[in-house]
Design a protein around this ligand. Structure first.
Ligand code: DAH
Length: 376
């Protein structure tokens, strides 16, 4: 092993000669100045300041110098590297400013342009209401069922225990589809526009084995004139549960759960006796007035417009599925029982949102639908 060479002069080491260092520095500065964009500058940076750049290699030579020569060489190389990194930073700032200025021009947004005059569409409040109700039951495990709007009379009436001369047939003013079946001399086809969603009960029972838990939202038709409280085309939601051991208590609990989900935890329903051919017993279902919560009853100071101070709002019909319907649909009434209910969506939208005229829901004027927002 030889001792360090005291007379060793950095000038003698090629890479550490002052003019060599200057050349390296000047080359770096020229490369930075020549870089036309940030990408080229990045390449120049790697070439002139990276681990294998001439100045970095020269810097490594210093370590091998004798102590007295180190300071001199270190100063020269250090100054050169300082000048290089300063020039790099300056060019970097310059090119970034250039890029920013260019981006500002190229990607400029003209904020004075008029906004989009064709507003994005939204679904009709009837649709969202119907889905909101259906969702309550889907979350309880019910299945959505559908049936045709052009329906066989048999499903709409006969299967549901409306006998041919049953007065209840006149309860529902029916649109008959004439002559759909060839050879009908009187034009009666046995086909109608369904007057309610209840025929889906019969279809569901024929399609499935009990237990059956279905909910059916859909459009129905009756020969009503369009006025503030009637429309010939409207929407209902129907529910049917058929299982072993179902009772009226299950029906009541299900109704209470529905109104609580839709109108608040302190809501409840009440049942009043009524008649429907397809349920026995049958009831009319009311829900507590969601505005006054019943407080307007006998209390003129708290008069309620929503329920006319009756405390209750009529919602629809319900009952225990008539065993005759179960039999017509091939279900053993000794083994199974069921409950059902059905109500109109338009009516619910009317009292839930204080809609006073049903025509507003039909006419398609966006001034009506807009306040409901962009619910999807
Ligand atoms: N379908 C009846 C109507 O349109 C409503 C109804 C009543 C449905 C009683 C039911 C029910 O499911 O059990 O007037």
């Amino acid at each position: 092993m030889s001792a360090p060479n005291k007379s060793y002069d950095p000038v003698e080491v090629e890479a550490l000669k002052p003019e060599e260092i200057e050349r390296m520095r000047d080359e770096a500065l020229a490369a930075f100045a020549a870089a036309g964009d940030l990408e080229q500058l990045q390449e120049a940076k790697v070439a002139h300041t990276g681990g294998t750049s001439p100045l970095a290699l020269a810097n490594r030579e210093i370590g091998a110098l004798p102590p007295h020569a180190k300071a001199d060489a270190g100063k020269r190389v250090g100054q050169a590297r300082g000048a290089v990194s300063k020039a790099l930073a300056a060019r970097q700032a310059e090119l970034e400013a250039e890029r920013d200025a260019r981006v500002l021009v190229e990607e400029a947004v003209d904020v004075t342009l008029p906004y989009d005059r064709v507003p994005a569409g939204a679904r009709h409040p009837l649709t969202t209401m119907m889905e909101r109700v259906a969702d309550v039951f889907v979350s309880m495990g019910y299945e959505i069922a559908e049936g045709p709007e052009v329906e066989a009379e048999w499903f709409n009436f006969d299967a549901l225990n409306f006998t041919p001369d049953h007065p209840a047939r006149q309860m529902q003013d029916t649109f008959f589809v004439h002559g759909a079946k060839s050879g009908d001399s009187d034009g009666e086809s046995g086909v109608i526009l369904r007057t309610h969603t209840s025929p889906v009960q019969a279809r569901a029972l024929l399609d499935r084995e009990p237990p059956v838990y279905i909910v059916c939202p859909g459009r129905v038709y009756r020969t009503d004139e369009l006025d503030a409280t009637h429309t010939p085309v409207f929407h209902q939601i129907e529910l049917l549960a058929v299982d072993e051991g179902l009772t009226m208590a299950d029906l009541k609990g299900t109704l209470d759960h529905m109104v609580q989900s839709l109108f608040g935890a302190d809501m409840k329903t009440r049942l009043r006796p009524n008649y429907f051919p397809f349920t026995e017993p049958s009831a009319e279902m009311d829900m507590l007035c969601y505005v006054c919560r019943g407080e307007s009853v006998g209390n003129p100071d708290k008069a309620c417009r929503t329920c006319s101070s009756e405390g209750w709002i009529e919602l629809g019909g319900c009952g225990m599925v008539n065993p005759r319907v179960l039999v017509a649909c091939g279900v053993d009434p000794e083994k199974y029982s069921g409950f059902a209910f059905g109500f109109g969506i338009e009516r619910m939208l009317m009292f839930r949102h204080n809609v006073e005229d049903m025509r507003d829901m039909v006419e398609g004027d966006v001034r009506f639908t807009r306040p409901f927002g962009m619910e999807i």
